[in-house]
Design a protein. Structure first.
Length: 204
């Protein structure tokens, strides 16, 4: 069985989005500053072009991801990514009520209304032996609080946003310890960091 992971591109002061959902043009410059193309699915996301160092890390991670877990807010905000998530895997959407225009699940989107545990369990079924990636923000916070998260990835970029949204939001049960970094990769305009969630004694 694969791992449950989360991650986000983050400013030096710890924000994955600035005030009023701003700052993405600065946070994601590294998606277009390199020579190696990584194809994307869906009609709303062009291919990304990153440095060779970033691609050597990101491409295998994408290939080893079997399903995603996101919230309804992101699903709506992106317009369902034009029909399929850019990572080209089935996306599990955690929501209070499924969209009226999606009466049934399909290979692109599965809707779960029973909470984060049920959403992750469904994503694990879909992913098989591959990893489940959980979107940052509320989904990542709920996973961490429920003890479901195994690893965290941070793409650290040299910008300060001053305020905004953090990776885990208003996290309860702090402090939470992490082990690592288990990997440090220096890309162009970004430093990739990987951490393991430290499990309580006896849970390994």
């Amino acid at each position: 069985m694969g791992k449950v992971i989360t991650g986000a591109t983050m400013s030096l002061d710890g924000y994955i989005a600035g005030p009023d959902e701003s700052g993405f043009d600065l946070l994601f410059q590294w998606y277009g500053n390199g020579d190696v193309e990584i194809p994307t699915a869906g009609s709303s996301a062009p291919p990304i072009r990153v440095s060779a160092a970033s691609a050597a890390l990101i491409k295998p991670e994408w290939e080893n991801t079997g399903a995603l877990v996101v919230g309804r807010y992101l699903y709506d905000r992106t317009g369902a990514w034009g029909g399929r998530h850019p990572m080209d895997v089935t996306t599990v959407v955690l929501t209070h009520r499924r969209p009226d225009d999606r009466p049934e699940d399909d290979e692109n989107f599965v809707f779960v209304t029973d909470g984060i545990e049920a959403a992750v369990a469904r994503a694990r079924e879909l992913a098989g032996d591959k990893n489940v990636a959980v979107n940052g923000g509320q989904m990542a916070r709920q996973c961490l609080e429920a003890g479901l998260l195994d690893e965290v990835g941070v793409e650290l970029v040299p910008v300060v946003l001053g305020a905004g949204k953090t990776l885990f939001g208003e996290l309860g049960g702090t402090p939470v310890r992490f082990e690592g970094p288990t990997r440090v990769v220096e890309g162009t305009g970004v430093t990739h960091l990987r951490y393991r969630v430290a499990k309580p004694a006896g849970d390994e």
